[in-house]
Ligand binder design. Structure first.
Ligand code: HGY
Ligand code: MN
Ligand code: MN
Length: 414
């Protein structure tokens, strides 16, 4: 393991993180959904910061902010995302991008690494306002064609991604692509977004594998009618059908689930959603995740079985896949070693290896490039909520571990 010193500047790191937080600040949280006006504004700011750090920076046709080192030779790529959930926290994604910026500066300031190449990226739409991981999928050449025209935003603004890119002035702008002759590794740092690091007294997590996640829209169609005059036996109540289906999911998924499977019904809507009207239509979003694709297949098969049972009732039920279905991805063992040694150096006995129960752009890159991730603790394990937070000490420590590991990976390319 290289023992080069690549000191980061913690104050500079925190200052940039807090400046980014101001784009879409909402109390202690952030609302900066991909390609919203404030997100576009933040991307131009970020591009400027990349340039000031000596990177050749641009916003590409997929909305990615890419900073490319001007140094020749093999490059490590560090990235994450700066778009947020409809009600998000200030660190989810943003921390990993600003880490990349700070590591690029630290490498350029250290004699042993000033001629090394580090590229930095903010991937568009990891959070799936439009699709999910759209920017990183574009970068690896897997742009999902139907994502551009889909009308299915998570924040109810109903705009297609194509229109949003056009409004951001990015229509026709060339996308950046992974360069297999240049990029040798991808590293991503992220908040854990869960409770384990904090509960176990660890300050760094080295990710072993990233979960796969699937989303389905399940729709129920009955008959809208009067809530008073329609006898119970004659109703085709879409709400009743949806609630029965949801109840069956919670009752039967444990029979098909793995040890760490999770499933969530995070969206439910009724039409016309009026107190004296029997709903004619209802729809829910069913999401489930696991590290094992065969478990995901089992849960999907069970969902279809529950759908068939719903169709035996008075309402018609349909189920269709929604947005990006992420594939479980093991992290590169060699890169994990660099992260583990750096963690032991800066946080001896306060680090652990662990799976990621959240989806990340790293699982997109992992199909094309050796990839690895590190986590820092989330206070109270909270994320995808305004209360999301991490101590400044842990934020700075995580960045130093990443800088040391990045230097070690770069030197190992000799
Ligand atoms: O949902 C996820 O796992 C990610 O934070 N988008
Ligand atoms: Mn994230
Ligand atoms: Mn997220």
């Amino acid at each position: 393991m290289s023992t080069v010193e690549v000191p980061i500047n913690g104050e500079r790191l925190i200052a940039d993180l807090k400046r980014l937080r101001e784009f879409g600040a909402c109390g202690i949280g952030v609302v900066r959904t991909s390609l919203s006006p404030i997100d576009v504004e933040s991307r131009h700011w970020l591009r400027g910061r990349f340039e000031e750090a000596g990177l050749d920076a641009r916003i590409d046709g997929a909305g990615n902010v890419i900073g490319r080192s001007r140094n020749p030779g093999k490059a490590v790529l560090i990235g994450s995302h700066t778009d947020t959930q409809p009600t998000g926290g200030w660190l989810d994604g943003a921390m990993g991008v600003i880490y990349g910026l700070e590591v690029a500066r630290a490498l350029s300031e250290a004699p042993a690494t000033k001629d090394r190449a580090l590229d930095v990226a903010s991937w568009l739409d990891e959070e799936g306002r439009f699709f999910g991981c759209f920017g990183s999928l574009s970068f690896v050449g897997e742009t999902p064609a139907h994502a551009l025209d889909a009308l299915d935003t998570t924040d109810g603004t109903n705009l297609t991604l194509g229109d949003a890119l056009h409004e951001a002035g990015l229509a026709g702008v060339a996308p950046e692509r992974l360069d297999p002759n240049r990029h040798v590794a991808y590293l991503e740092a992220h908040i854990e977004q869960g409770p384990y690091l904090e509960e176990e007294g660890n300050r760094i997590g080295v990710v072993t594998s990233i979960v796969g996640a699937r989303n389905f829209i399940v729709e129920f169609e009955g008959e809208q009618n009067h809530a008073g005059t329609t006898p119970m036996a004659r109703r085709r109540d879409a709400a009743h059908a949806m609630v029965d289906f949801a109840h069956a999911v919670y009752r039967e998924f444990p029979t098909a689930a793995g040890e760490r499977s999770v499933w969530t019904i995070g969206e439910m809507t009724l039409e016309p959603n009026a107190m004296s009207i029997v709903p004619g239509k209802a729809r829910l979003n069913l999401q489930f995740r696991d590290q094992d694709p065969t478990v995901l297949d089992r849960l999907e098969a069970l969902s279809l079985d529950l759908l068939a049972r719903a169709n035996a009732g008075p309402c018609a039920a349909t189920m269709r896949p929604r947005k990006h279905h992420s594939i479980p991805a093991p992290m590169d063992v060699n890169l994990r070693g660099h992260l583990e040694r750096a963690a032991e150096r800066h946080a001896p006995d306060q680090w652990t290896s662990m799976p990621s129960a959240a989806v990340h752009d790293a699982q997109i890159l992992a199909s094309h490039l050796p990839s690895a991730m590190l986590f820092v603790p989330s206070i109270n394990g909270v994320s995808h909520a305004f209360e999301e937070d991490t101590s400044e000490e842990d934020i700075v420590l995580g960045c130093q571990v990443l800088a040391t590991a990045t230097a070690s990976v770069l030197i190992a390319t000799d």
